[in-house]
Design a protein around this ligand. Structure first.
Ligand SMILES: Nc1ncnc2c1ncn2[C@@H]1O[C@H](COP(=O)(O)OP(=O)(O)O)[C@@H](O)[C@H]1O
Ligand SMILES: Nc1ccn([C@H]2C[C@H](O)[C@@H](COP(=O)(O)OP(=O)(O)O)O2)c(=O)n1
Length: 251
């Protein structure tokens, strides 16, 4: 990354100062590891933009379903995604997703989308298209005209540390035990973590990870990627652990 001094703006005065350079932070991990919530908090603390790449795959799924595109028809899905009018809002305090001008931030989180998304995310032409868009967004945030005013971005997903931004300043693999991930997702979706609630979450977490792992490597850290295991950490401790990695790597 090209060193660049952060612009002084009032909105950044209460944020933690880690580096005066543009910072690109890449975070990958399996479902329920805490990627989205932790990345948002880290971006907010550092005054960086936030890109949820999983939300882009979810939006692509919703877009195809809404157009009646057969998700098994790879060429049709790839075509639909190439023309998809998607806008990702990068504010970590209020990230949004708009499709053709419509706010679909909630619609992309339904069980229907969660169940179908891996079929779209394992389409290699879709991945190529979305990776192109993700790289463009990351580059824009390293330039002065992006949301962060040139401070940088936290981008999270499954292949950010390895494929989308392998040259990011900071690369973290956020992991957690299967048990912790199932419990968290179960609490989030069903408001409980008893046996039946965990069972109902299994497909959304474990089957999806298995499918997604056929096209991305997010189970073991690649060379140079720092692993943060959140199994025994609460949310705030996990955010602090990631911030400590950022401080260490960018010092
Ligand atoms: N370290 C943690 N301890 C407990 N709960 C957590 C932790 N990190 C995240 N969570 C919670 O777990 C759920 C899943 O987190 P999320 O950020 O959506 O994971 P991912 O994006 O990796 O699927 C959320 O409800 C989140 O608040
Ligand atoms: N960079 C990425 C990000 C997400 N995906 C896929 C994997 C997931 O099944 C879907 C949705 O991602 P998301 O991060 O929202 O998944 P979680 O529900 O947080 O586990 O997209 C991907 O293949 N590559």
């Amino acid at each position: 990354m090209i060193p660049r001094h952060a612009p002084q703006s009032p909105q950044h005065t209460k944020q933690q100062k880690v580096s005066s350079h543009v910072v690109v932070i890449a975070i990958d991990g399996p479902s329920g590891s805490g990627k989205s919530s932790v990345s948002k908090a880290v971006a907010a603390r550092l005054g960086l933009a936030y890109l949820d790449t999983g939300a882009m795959y979810r939006a692509a799924t919703l877009w195809c379903v809404g157009r009646g595109t057969d998700l098994a028809d790879e060429a049709a899905v790839a075509h639909a995604v190439r023309v998809m009018p998607l806008v990702s809002g990068l504010d970590p305090d209020a990230p949004t997703v708009h499709l053709d001008g419509r706010d679909v931030s909630e619609a992309i989180r339904t069980t229907e989308v969660s169940t179908a998304v891996s079929q779209v995310a394992t389409n290699l032409e879709v991945r190529a298209e979305l990776r192109r868009r993700q790289r463009r967004t990351i580059e824009a945030e390293a330039a002065a005209d992006g949301f962060s005013g040139g401070r940088g971005i936290v981008a999270e997903g499954r292949d950010i540390t390895t494929v989308v931004a392998p040259d990011a300043d900071v690369r973290v693999l956020l992991t957690a035990s299967e048990e912790a991930r199932l419990r968290r997702r179960s609490l989030e979706v069903h408001g409980a973590a008893d046996e039946s609630a965990v069972e109902a979450t299994r497909d959304q977490v474990l089957r999806r990870d298995r499918d997604d792992a056929t096209v991305s490597q997010f189970e073991v850290a690649a060379d140079g990627v720092v692993t943060v295991d959140s199994s025994d950490l609460d949310f705030d401790q996990t955010v602090d652990a990631v911030l400590a990695v950022v401080t260490q790597v960018t010092a």
